[in-house]
Design a protein around this ligand. Structure first.
Ligand code: BES
Ligand code: MN
Ligand code: ZN
Length: 498
């Protein structure tokens, strides 16, 4: 989809459809608010006023009305879309609005779409969110469907932002980078386990790094053996597919920052559970167990183009968790790269085993701040549902900065506790640590396990098990992978201060 910016007067915009956001009127209010809506109302002889009066489209967020052949406008259709209340309207609402409008028009086989931005909504953040929303909204997880015509019929060719603000172009550029990075992440997550093996994920990362001018390196199983990554290798040994530790580096041209951010993403290309095998029902979804790794790689793709002033390195430990004849057994004790011994009580708690070695390696490579993203526990889904990412950290100030980034990017995240008391739940009579706690607080004991390896480096853990996959389609997002955490990573690096 081509992203364009136009400063043309709205009535002259020659698109197949022109999207005009309309705000809800305050109680008893009669006016159409917003410059674009007012102008469109005037040109169409009061259509928008009529929609509002009749309640057919009262301006409620994401409510829509599609008008064909609007008199007075060059566009072939006018899509009026509710923007909700003016006070509550921010980039997050804009992202959803643009996504919803695009999905609706795409389904109607509209090819050229334009969105009118009011003067005061024409800043960088709003323009970026609109383009992000449109690009993400246009995504369908149907890459492997072979009916090309059906897919071509629903392909929007261009998305034009119409507005006069000076920062619209910069916002549209940023939005394109982020939207494309999000879909890159989603494409990786959506790939099934037979196509996306650890080797294939490493190849995809290399290809991305080469295209974006980033440094790429991969540690093979042999290299991991030499180093002593026993925890990661223990998970990998049940599969015929060799594991990998993917490393992608971004270095700023010039920077006064002494910080080195390490982004660590869980890359289990398929999680059967291993010998502690999962039930068959729903197991197919476990292809998304590399969503953390994909989010980290998507963030690197965006950062290569946005060029923050801080060093960022991505680490993606990738394995397939299988119950093969060489698989690790419950009760096995492995020695991690950090030297700690781990009793593997449940082979399905594999994410923390690969992450602990990657975290230790990131520390050895000089990372001063660590953030990991992982589809780590079913327990976080019990705790927070599919709405919020669980955020765990060993440093409050750092955690707050990440939460601020998440909020700015419209990615819902919620702080979770990591009191020392939870450590009591991680005791093994035979090794330094077991890989699981008790029945209770499963997301917290998983995070506590990682903390044992991250300390004392400032570290944040994002449990994205409930948020990386969209079970029911939303008006602005297709069913399937969401790409969550990628934008928050990008925002954190772009706004970095030592
Ligand atoms: N990948 C799963 C976590 C998961 C569960 C992600 C559901 C998405 C949806 C992880 O490897 C896992 O199996 N965790 C276990 C841990 C348990 C054995 C302590 C879980 O949550 O059941
Ligand atoms: Mn598992
Ligand atoms: Zn897993």
């Amino acid at each position: 989809m081509q992203i364009l910016v136009s400063k043309q007067p709205l009535e002259l915009v020659d698109a197949a459809a022109l999207i005009v956001p309309v705000f809800q009127r305050p109680e008893g209010g009669k006016e159409v608010s917003g410059a674009a809506a007012q102008l469109a109302n005037e040109k169409t002889g009061g259509w928008i006023q009529e929609l509002l009066d009749s309640g057919e489209c009262g301006g409620k967020l994401l409510e829509t009305a599609l008008l064909p052949r609007p008199a007075g406008l060059a566009a072939r259709r006018l899509l009026v879309i509710g923007a909700g209340s003016r006070e509550k309207f921010g980039p997050t609402e804009m992202r959803k609005l643009a996504g919803t409008a695009l999905r609706l028009l795409k389904a109607k086989k509209v090819r050229q779409v334009a969105l009118a931005l009011d003067g005061d909504l024409a800043g960088l953040a709003f323009a970026s969110a609109a383009v992000e929303g449109a690009i993400a909204g246009g995504y369908e997880p149907d890459r492997l469907k072979t009916d090309q015509k059906a897919k071509d019929d629903q392909r929007v060719e261009s998305f034009t932002i119409v507005g006069a603000g000076g920062e619209i172009q910069a916002g549209a550029d940023r939005g394109r980078i982020l939207g494309e990075a999000q879909n890159f992440t989603r494409d990786l997550v959506n790939e099934p386990g037979n196509r996306l093996t650890p080797t294939a994920l490493a190849d995809a990362a290399r290809q991305m790094a080469v295209e974006q001018g980033l440094e790429y390196e991969v540690l093979s199983a042999d290299r991991m053996k030499q180093l002593g990554m026993g925890a990661l290798l223990g998970v990998a040994q049940g599969s015929a597919e060799p594991p990998a530790l993917i490393i992608v580096r971004y270095k700023p041209g010039q920077s006064n920052s002494k910080a080195h951010i390490g982004l660590v993403g869980k890359g289990v290309t398929f999680d059967t559970g291993g010998i502690s095998i999962k039930p068959a029902d729903g197991m197919e979804k476990m292809k998304y167990d590399m969503a953390g790794g994909a989010a980290v790689l998507g963030a690197m793709r965006a950062l290569a183009q946005l060029k923050p002033a801080v060093t960022v390195t991505a680490f993606v430990p990738t394995v397939e968790n299988m119950p093969g004849s060489r698989a690790q057994r419950p009760g096995d004790i492995v020695t991690s790269l950090a030297g700690k011994t781990i009793e593997v009580l449940n082979t399905d708690a594999e994410g923390r085993l690969i992450l602990c070695d990657a975290i230790e390696y990131a520390k050895r490579l000089g990372c001063t701040h660590l953030v990991d993203a992982a589809t780590l526990t079913g327990a976080i889904v019990v705790a927070l549902g599919h709405i919020n990412v669980g955020v765990f950290s060993n440093e409050e100030g750092f955690r707050q900065r990440l939460l601020d980034s998440a909020r700015a990017e419209g990615e819902k995240m919620w702080p979770m506790p990591l009191d020392e008391e939870y450590k009591e739940l991680l005791k093994s009579p035979f090794a330094d640590l077991p890989n699981i706690g008790t029945r209770w607080g499963g997301a917290i004991t998983a995070a506590m396990f990682l903390k044992e390896f991250a300390d004392p480096t400032p570290w944040i853990h994002l449990d994205i098990a409930g948020t990386a996959w969209n079970d029911d389609l939303k008006p602005f997002l297709a069913k399937g992978p969401t790409g969550v955490a990628m934008r928050t990573f990008v925002n954190l690096a772009m706004n970095w201060k030592d």
